[in-house]
Design a protein around this ligand. Structure first.
Ligand SMILES: NC(=O)c1ccc[n+]([C@@H]2O[C@H](COP(=O)([O-])OP(=O)(O)OC[C@H]3O[C@@H](n4cnc5c(N)ncnc54)[C@H](OP(=O)(O)O)[C@@H]3O)[C@@H](O)[C@H]2O)c1
Length: 274
């Protein structure tokens, strides 16, 4: 059992929504935070209709709310023992063409919000005598710098490094930490990054349910960093042994051919994040 009550950021769509459903099937109640209230309520009613778990929703833009106050409000009403830092987004394009404010907002959500919530959660768990679990969403993109995905891959490298470091520290308090590093998964992520769904033709993108089943199995086996899918584990093994200058050269060729040439909009727009 990895927890009884999970707080999931970005629980309205994609991996967060699928994790919420997976958890509830396995007797873990969930608290979901995201901006889209209507979509959160839809996920809540879908889960509760199955009669397996309880769901609470907190609609909020995590980059704009006071996280200390939000966490305090939640922990006054609930004993959260599983934190899933999942909310995140990326932009694709030549860095100089991307909206500067949006790049900063990405660092805020993917890094600052994750560190802040982790801090409140860990302090709360240790005050209560330890125990608990943290699942942080990094990415395969966290293992190497990716041209045209520069800020995003850097945020995910941060998440990987930070999470694996505190994983060792928190062993002393019986708090488990998992860094999850998926490759491409079919979610809202691509559209929000400015990539058309046509990209799925070129790439081996996983269905979100398959990715979440692999994440669930990996967590039960205690794996971290956890890379869902054999092909993704092979990519990771290859980039580990090659010089970084060669990896970035190959990544540039791949990204330019796959995303930039096949999706001209991403060069100037950097996508949407609602
Ligand atoms: N899909 C992939 O290929 C892939 C691969 C590797 C890693 N990842 C990582 O997996 C995580 C989940 O991504 P996904 O693929 O599930 O993307 P997604 O379908 O776009 O879902 C992102 C979630 O984050 C929420 N969110 C975005 N901005 C927010 C904000 N400011 N405040 C609160 N919630 C916010 C969104 O909800 P609202 O819009 O309702 O706020 C949504 O629930 C991300 O960290 C991503 O980097 C994804």
């Amino acid at each position: 059992m990895i927890g009884k009550l999970a707080l999931i950021t970005g629980g309205s769509y994609g991996i967060g929504e699928a994790l919420a459903k997976k958890f509830s099937e396995n007797s873990i109640d969930v608290i979901l935070i995201a901006r889209s209230e209507e979509k959160l309520l839809q996920v809540k009613s879908e889960i509760e209709a199955k009669g397996k778990g309880k769901v609470w929703v907190y609609p909020a833009d995590l980059t704009k709310v006071n996280l200390a106050e939000l966490y305090e409000e939640i922990s006054r009403q609930h004993d959260v023992d599983l934190l899933v830092n999942n909310a995140g987004f990326g932009t694709i394009g030549y860095f100089h063409t991307l909206d500067t404010k949006k790049e900063i907002q990405m660092i805020e959500l993917n890094v600052r919000v994750l560190v802040e919530l982790t801090s409140y959660f860990v302090k709360d768990r240790i005050r209560k005598g330890g125990g608990g679990c943290i699942i942080n969403l990094s990415s395969l993109a966290g293992f190497f710098p990716i041209p045209f995905f520069a800020t995003y891959s850097a945020t995910k490298a941060f998440v990987l490094s930070f999470s694996e470091a505190i994983r060792r520290e928190l062993e002393d308090y019986n708090i488990k930490v998992f860094t999850v590093c998926p490759g491409g998964v079919k979610t809202e992520f691509q559209k929000r990054a400015g990539v058309s769904e046509g990209i799925y033709r070129f790439q081996n993108y996983m269905a979100v349910e398959d990715a979440v089943n692999l994440i669930w199995d990996g967590i039960l086996k205690g794996k971290s960093p956890l890379i869902p899918g054999d092909a993704n584990s092979i990519y990771r093994a290859i980039v580990r042994i090659l010089p970084i200058s060669f990896v970035t050269k190959m990544a540039k060729l791949f990204m330019k051919k796959t995303f930039i040439k096949s999706n001209k909009n991403s060069i100037s727009s950097g996508g949407e994040n609602m």
